[in-house]
Ligand binder design. Structure first.
Ligand SMILES: Cc1ncc(COP(=O)(O)O)c(C=O)c1O
Length: 455
């Protein structure tokens, strides 16, 4: 296999080296050439070298340069060198990371990672966790534990008996709740539309004073890092009020919770340790390769009650933790490997520096674009910037022109009724020069759109 893996390494290294210079979005002709993949599956085996070459020749040119320094769409990090290299090694190991007795190396790494994260986020020592595909599944996992705990207190075993005839569970969310929390609630039978919505302020923060009176089994979902503005719900205030009513508080902190790793930005998540569960992504701000999300849950028993299953053929409870007692999946890849490698390579100081560098880059975007007459719609408290170029159509045209230009990639959104360009800075690789080149491309696009309108 060695020559094949060396070939893969060479091709991957060439790809990564090309990213700072190539267009961020794939050129249309590369996307058109993908039709060459539309062949019937052949009868006979094919040489793996040829398979790899075909993949590289046809698919590499059609990739979006998300791993590069100037992709600012959605909320997407790159891959730290140590995390990517660890991912390759873990691919070679091919471990099914469910049971400690069977795959001790990677199961042990997960324990270490969860302990480090508890420490980093200042969470209670016994807090347990699950490494899942992303924040959507981390929300699902945490809310499954929440559902178990609040119904258990009401004398109901939801895993055994389902929700048929169960006491009703009230779920409270902020007006700006992320759609994936609603999706998770739907998957858990708690309903996407049954939620009680608490109004938000102009930055998208839940108004804690508007929380309804809490009675009976209740789950309150707060947000650390609004997907558009980057703002934070007042976690400490909400926890205080919610816990008076014995509610479970879940924090959806897909990217925002990482602010805690930086002394400068940690005040944004003040009081987070008072909550009951937390979800975050490693594939966003920790910069590990896709996919990896993390659920952390204070009440280990509640999470295990929601997730653990048993059968005669699998090793059950033992001194060491079996990861699959805490995750929705039974079989799963060893996501702890990249998280461990990223944290180990960065250290606390490196992680804080990564968060701070990206936030400073977001400020730089806002300052330069603002100085050039563009309207910045949010308080840039974190790594997210919302920009208006005037009328909705104009802003949409500028976004399209930026994407076509290829220097960088940004998406669009509607923020509190205003059409906006979204800039999200999450990559370890982004430099000041990348910000400046991207600002120049945005202003070129604006002038091009304005020039077209004047003609
Ligand atoms: C606040 C928030 N929650 C949840 C998610 C979903 O994360 P994932 O796509 O990793 O499932 C996102 C994605 O951007 C997010 O910003």
């Amino acid at each position: 296999m060695k020559p094949l893996l060396e070939d893969a390494a060479r091709r991957a290294a060439e790809y990564l080296a090309s990213l700072p210079e190539r267009r961020v979005a794939p050129p249309p002709e590369a996307v058109r050439r993908l039709s060459a993949l539309d062949v019937p599956l052949q009868q006979e085996p094919l040489d793996p070298h040829r398979v790899l070459a075909e993949l590289d020749e046809l698919v590499t040119p059609a990739t979006m340069a998300m791993a590069g320094p100037r992709f600012f769409g959605f909320v997407i990090g790159g891959s730290l060198p140590a995390a990517l290299a660890a991912n390759w090694l873990a691919g070679a190991w091919d471990q099914n990371a469910g049971m400690y007795a069977v795959t001790p190396g990677v199961a042990h790494l997960e324990q270490v990672v969860i302990r480090w994260l508890n420490d980093l986020f200042g969470l209670p020592a016994g807090t347990t966790g699950a490494l899942v595909t992303g924040a959507t599944m981390a929300n699902f996992t945490s809310l499954a534990a929440a559902r178990h705990a609040v119904l258990k207190r009401a004398g109901w075993n939801v895993e055994a008996d389902g929700l048929f005839g169960a006491p009703p569970v009230t779920v409270i969310v902020g007006e700006e709740v992320h759609i994936t929390v609603l999706k998770a609630l739907g998957m858990l039978g708690l309903g996407r539309n049954r939620v009680v919505r608490v109004p938000a302020d102009e930055q998208g923060r839940m108004r804690a004073g508007k929380l309804p009176r809490i009675e009976g089994p209740t789950i309150v979902c707060v947000q650390a890092g609004n997907v558009n503005s980057g703002s934070f719900d007042p976690i400490a205030d909400v926890c205080e009020r919610a816990h008076e009513g014995r509610a479970w508080v879940h924090v959806d902190g897909a990217f925002g919770l990482w602010a805690k790793a930086s002394p400068r930005y940690a005040p944004l998540v003040h009081g987070m340790e008072q909550a009951d569960s937390w979800s975050m992504d490693a594939h966003k701000w920790l910069n590990v390769p896709y996919d990896c999300g993390i659920a952390l849950v204070r009440d280990t028993e509640a999470l295990a009650a929601a997730m653990a299953i048993q059968a005669a053929y699998i090793p059950t409870a033992q001194a060491e933790r079996n990861p699959f007692d805490y995750t929705p999946e039974f079989s799963r890849r060893a996501r702890g490997v990249e998280v461990w490698a990223a944290l180990r390579s960065l250290g606390r100081r490196g992680l804080a520096a990564l968060i701070e560098r990206n936030c400073v880059a977001a400020q730089r975007f806002a300052e330069r674009l603002g100085a050039a007459g563009c309207e910045i719609l949010n308080d840039v408290a974190l790594n997210q910037v919302l920009v208006s170029f005037g009328e909705p159509k104009e802003t949409e045209r500028v976004i399209a022109a930026v994407q076509a230009d290829g220097t960088c990639w940004v998406g669009g959104t509607v923020w509190q009724g205003r059409t906006a360009m979204r800039i999200s800075v999450c990559s370890w690789a982004t430099t000041e020069a990348d910000v400046d080149a991207s600002v120049a491309a945005m202003l070129r696009a604006r002038d091009q759109v304005a020039g077209g309108a004047n003609r």
